[in-house]
Design a binder for this molecule. Structure first.
Ligand SMILES: [Zn+2]
Length: 154
């Protein structure tokens, strides 16, 4: 069997703009998660009855054991930065102009990480293990972007 990449001497990139606007039904679990963000500025997770993992954002099925999850958990708006990247190129569907930072934040009380933007942060001081807390938008819509970003917790 031949390797299809055997004669490739370099890889090329193709640039295409991606702007997709669409609506979908969030479903009962995601809707409750988003309504608590909008109406109470609270971040909810769901706990698996079999393995005990707490998922944030809340979801209906455990990805490890496929159990249905019906127990809601009020997790903290503060957590620990698990990893991060700094984005230097703006894209039309990003909620901020580059440069900005994205991170995976494990909120206190959660077992999974939430991907979100970091703000009010010096790029030279971002580090794994950094404590961060959610900053909410002034106008809340029931969207994950109701969390404006996570900033360093003092
Ligand atoms: Zn589980």
């Amino acid at each position: 069997m031949s390797n299809p990449l055997e004669n490739v001497v370099s890889l090329i990139g193709e640039e295409r703009p991606r702007i997709w606007r669409y609506s979908y039904s969030a479903g009962p679990v995601r809707s409750k998660f988003l309504l608590f963000l909008r109406d109470r500025q609270k971040i909810l997770g769901t706990r698996c009855p079999a393995c005990g993992r707490v998922y944030v954002p809340a979801r209906s099925t455990c990805t490890k054991c496929f159990e249905n999850m019906e127990e809601w958990v009020d997790v903290s708006n503060e957590g620990t930065l698990e990893t991060y990247t700094i984005v230097y190129k703006s894209e039309p569907n990003y909620s901020a102009d580059a440069p900005f930072a994205f991170g995976i934040i494990k909120l206190d009380g959660a077992d999974t990480g939430l991907v979100h933007r970091l703000g009010e942060v010096d790029f030279n001081k971002i580090h794994i293990g950094m404590r961060v807390k959610a900053v909410f938008e002034d106008q809340l819509k029931g969207d994950i972007r109701d969390i404006k970003y996570f900033k360093p917790a003092l």
